[in-house]
Design a protein around this ligand. Structure first.
Ligand code: GLU
Length: 449
């Protein structure tokens, strides 16, 4: 099923497999990028000579450390945490931290690798990095989460800095955790260094529209893809997987642009609401009460909850995967296409499997990969860093307008690059090549880094 790799790229990929055993998600992310780069090496043979790809596949620095902490009953726990500082050719390492029991080095490296190209696509001066821990925040008390964050930062602080490495949130890590992390950073360094973390609260250095940015950006990107096909979101039926921060604000923007959102999900099941999702209710359940999405169906007569159901079986025009990696496989993609889906934009990182991507591309529907479609989150983090550096705070309207502009520019550059390299309409090729060229040029200019 997978595209064959160019003969120059095959040995590079084999080497990545050999050097990083067992890291399946990282292999998948690398392979997807390498599959796009054949024509680049033809046009720019110097990048092959300089072994730029081999260098990009090897993180600049990888930090793995122990996080000991005590739960409310006094029992000791030990978690493992990671920060992979992948590439700093364009700026300080930038990327979120994920708290989830599935976290291991392979997940953090896949996310960090994606982040290099995503961040390059934003056009802003940020390098790529990612971190996280196998800590499971589910069911943990406020105090337990705080103690865990404090313990983690007691080690991590020495590797961070507004000019060095700037974490943010991801799955399992939101504004509450950023607060505890920032508080501990401030204590141990004795510096009010706002720009060291993004996704902060509005009262203490956060940016307006950062919370909304990933979801909004994904929908702006979907709108641009539809526009390129002389179509629009207005009047379209939309489904969104997940019900976390990305999903909630993807639903919000889709509704604002006139779409009808009828389904969302969490790891327990899906809800389908034939009258359209009541977003205030989802926000109350997820953001305030931190409950399961099944609670939605208990409150709304027009909705049904399907335990363990697949959201991709719900008929729609536009699908927005906003939950997690590999949540949409080849069969799901076939079902979506056969039921009339015309566009997919990824709010999550790598949510579609390689087989799924292949199905979308064969069918010729508009498919926006995460590293382009969800770049609005990290782009707005970079805008937060700008505001922190100038001790300023911008209005929501201004910040959102910057975000919209950035997403339009990303769409245009992916679209144009795909055309230039002989794959018109292929946003995977467009995103990978655009991001790669930016990083490769900078790495070349900086000497052997
Ligand atoms: N975790 C988000 C991402 O995958 C945001 C990263 C950030 O804002 O630094 O891009």
């Amino acid at each position: 099923m997978a595209t064959k790799l160019d003969e120059k790229l095959e040995p590079i990929f084999r080497d990545v497999l050999r050097r990083n055993p067992g890291e399946d998600e990282f292999h998948q992310a690398v392979r997807e990028v390498l599959e796009s780069l054949g024509p680049v090496l033809v046009k720019y043979p110097e990048f092959a000579e300089q072994k730029i790809i081999q260098r990009i596949c090897e993180p600049e620095r990888q930090i793995i450390f122990r996080v000991p902490w005590q739960d409310d009953s006094g029992e000791t726990h030990i978690n493992r945490a990671f920060r992979v500082e992948f590439n700093s050719a364009l700026g300080p390492y930038k990327g979120g931290m994920r708290f989830h029991p599935s976290v291991y080095l392979g997940i953090i490296k896949f996310l960090g690798f994606e982040q290099i190209f995503k961040n390059a696509l934003t056009g802003l001066p940020i390098g790529g990095g990612k971190g996280g821990s196998d800590f499971d925040p589910k069911g943990r008390s406020e105090n337990e989460v705080m103690r865990f964050c404090q313990s983690l930062m007691t080690e991590l602080y020495r590797h961070l800095g507004e000019y060095t490495d700037v974490p943010a949130g991801d799955i399992g890590l939101g504004q509450r955790e950023i607060g505890y992390l920032f508080g501990q950073y401030k204590r141990v360094t004795n510096r009010y260094e706002s720009g060291v973390l993004t996704g902060k609260g509005l009262d203490w250095g956060g940016s307006r529209a950062r919370k909304e940015a990933t979801g909004y950006g994904t929908v702006f990107f979907a709108q641009e893809m539809l526009k390129a096909r002389s179509d629009a979101l207005d009047g379209k039926t939309c489904i969104v997987s997940g019900s976390g921060n990305v999903a909630i604000y993807a639903m919000e923007k889709a509704m604002q642009l006139g779409a009808r959102v009828i389904a969302c999900s969490d790891s327990g099941g899906i809800i389908v609401d034939k009258d359209g999702i009541d977003l205030d209710l989802v926000k109350q359940i997820k953001e305030v009460e931190r409950r399961r999405i099944s609670a939605y169906a208990e409150e709304r007569k027009s909705a049904r909850y399907i335990e363990d159901g697949s959201i991709w079986s719900v008929q729609c025009d536009v699908a927005l995967p906003c939950a997690t990696e590999n949540e949409l496989n080849g069969n799901d993609a076939k079902q979506l296409v056969s039921q009339g889906c015309i566009a997919v934009a990824e709010g999550a990182n790598m949510p579609t499997t390689p087989e799924g991507i292949h199905v979308f591309q064969e069918a010729g529907i508009a498919y926006g990969p995460g590293k382009a479609a969800n770049a609005g989150g990290v782009a707005t983090s970079a805008l937060e860093m700008q505001q922190n550096a100038s001790r300023d705070s911008w209005t929501f309207r201004y910040t959102e307008s910057r975000l919209e502009e950035i997403m339009k520019t990303i769409h245009t550059s992916c679209f144009e690059t795909a055309k230039e390299f002989g794959s018109p309409g292929n946003y995977v090729v467009g995103a990978n090549i655009t991001g790669f060229l930016k990083v490769a040029r900078a790495m070349t200019a900086l000497g052997l880094v």
